[in-house]
Ligand binder design. Structure first.
Ligand SMILES: Cc1cc2nc3c(=O)[nH]c(=O)nc-3n(C[C@H](O)[C@H](O)[C@H](O)COP(=O)(O)OP(=O)(O)OC[C@H]3O[C@@H](n4cnc5c(N)ncnc54)[C@H](O)[C@@H]3O)c2cc1C
Length: 456
């Protein structure tokens, strides 16, 4: 008898922890992901700002799962899910492979949302992947390098004005780190300008920074950012963006334009396009962010064999954080194991246990909220370090991260400042070549096709 076959899409927190939680179940697992690594997204900003290398936060998925005999890892982009036929189709370069499943766990995560202004992405990359972080690193350091040979003061000013859109944890961390780069890391390294003169601006439409952390921690974070020199503009909605500037509508309804070359987008989230495909084939609906509204047991209406977890699933009261994805993964894995073993399924819905949230502001400063306990400052920062170290997958990742942290936090240097032209323009170059371009380029042919872009 063939074993019950579980297909998992995604190797993020949802996909990886679902596979691990099924290690003792009598099932065969195929995990398909478009990236060959498991990415620890919370530390992406440290890759973007030269503290960590990409390898420290993105170990190979097959290495993590190497001792688990019941899982096969496949690298490829899932392009189709057929709910009736119970198959998943994925592509790797030229090859297209269709895999059938008995149970399907979709953990494909979410991408950046530009709220209908997708063209903004050309000028203000988001931060969801290793590619994004390396592109941002290249853009940030390139702006400083370019400013060194700029003789026109106005153009130099534009190059030295960094705008971060979105004052959630990622935006706060990015703004804090760019400020620290300018004031501390790059001190005395340029001859034609003082890096400390760079402007770092954080813009958000809401009335406080870090809205999910509440008013007190939001205020403390804003004060700390402003003390370090970050300019915080709240109640301000970005209305336009191009290669040279950002325009926003301020609290008084006035349009203000800031000249800036380097922009970072950390403002919105959009569920992976696979969610739309699931909604079209079932009675499941999507929320405004394109996340699949799942049943209380994380399945889709009429399809107990299909579960959606993590950032792609909408569950009331569950934030889009790693713990949400991990807990959902363990819940659905336990149910699949019970079903396969013939054990009665409990009618307990998924219940989220909030273990708290934290974000760093700058070196030696963070905010922590665990239930009613909230604190900020050095001890919050130490708690943040310890917890993040604990959750990085693999011993090697933890050791290299710790070493880099010691170097960066005790001294003022950053050891991961390599930037290349490929990082700077690779994404835009590939986009201009069109879809399905990789295999052609590898064969020595030129150009892509005009097929619609497949998001992933
Ligand atoms: C910059 C940043 C900072 C964050 N900081 C924190 C934090 O401090 N604390 C916290 O708790 N949470 C944080 N989060 C949120 C947390 O990382 C997410 O909630 C979590 O990663 C969600 O897990 P997931 O498995 O649903 O999605 P992801 O981790 O995004 O994984 C999605 C997976 O699906 C794969 N995939 C996508 N599309 C396809 C396709 N078509 N075919 C095949 N594979 C596909 C991807 O390659 C990836 O492996 C942060 C997120 C970001 C972006």
């Amino acid at each position: 008898m063939p074993k019950h076959h579980v297909v998992i899409i995604g190797s993020g927190f949802g996909g990886l922890f679902a596979a691990k939680a099924l290690r003792r179940a009598d099932v065969e697992i195929t995990l398909i992901a478009k990236t060959s690594h498991h990415l620890f997204q919370p530390l992406l900003y440290q890759v973007a700002t030269g503290i960590l290398s990409e390898g420290s936060i993105a170990p190979a998925t097959r290495e993590i799962l190497r001792k688990q005999d019941n899982v096969k890892v496949l690298h490829g982009l899932v392009t189709g899910i057929d709910i009736e036929a119970r198959t998943v189709t994925h592509r790797m370069h030229d090859a297209q492979i269709t895999t059938s499943y008995d149970s399907l766990i979709v953990a494909a995560g979410a991408g950046q949302s530009y709220f209908g202004n997708d063209h903004f992405s050309t000028f203000a990359p988001g931060m969801k992947s290793i590619d994004d972080a390396l592109e941002l690193r290249a853009r940030i350091f390139w702006a400083f390098e370019r400013a060194e040979r700029e003789t026109d003061p106005e153009r130099q000013r534009r190059l030295l004005t960094f705008v971060v859109v979105g004052a959630g944890p990622t935006g706060v961390e990015m703004a804090g780190q760019i400020r620290e780069l300018a004031s501390i890391t790059l001190r005395n390294q340029f001859k034609m300008f003082d890096p400390d003169s760079a402007r770092v601006i954080l813009i958000d439409g809401s009335s406080q920074v870090l809205p999910p952390f509440g008013e007190y921690l939001g205020r403390k974070t804003q004060e700390s950012l402003e003390r370090s020199g970050v300019e915080v503009f709240l109640n301000s909605i970005v209305t336009d963006l191009n290669g040279r500037s950002v325009t926003y509508k301020n609290a008084d309804g006035e349009l203000v334009t800031i000249d800036s070359t380097c922009k970072v987008w950390a403002a919105g989230v959009q569920g992976n396009v696979l969610g739309k495909s699931l909604a079209e084939q079932t009675d499941a609906e999507l929320d405004r962010a394109g996340r699949v509204i799942v049943l209380p047991d994380m399945t889709l209406p009429g399809h107990p064999e299909v579960t959606v977890i993590g950032d792609l699933a909408f569950v009331p009261g569950v934030p889009g954080v790693a713990q949400g994805a991990i807990q959902e993964a363990r819940y659905v894995a336990a149910r699949i194991a019970d079903r396969v073993a013939g054990r009665p399924l409990s009618d307990q819905p998924f219940k989220y246990h909030d273990k708290g949230s934290m974000a760093t502001i700058s070196k030696f400063s963070a905010v922590v909220k665990v239930g009613k306990v909230q604190f900020t400052g050095f001890f919050a920062w130490v708690a943040w370090l310890g917890l993040h170290l604990l959750y990085i997958a693999g011993f090697k990742g933890r050791v290299t991260t710790l070493l880099h942290w010691v170097l960066s936090f005790i001294g003022r240097g950053r050891s991961e400042r390599v930037t290349t032209n490929q990082q700077l323009v690779g994404r835009l170059a590939l986009e201009s070549l069109g879809q399905n371009v990789t295999a052609k380029l590898l064969r020595g042919e030129k150009g892509g096709t005009n097929e619609p872009r497949i998001e992933g």
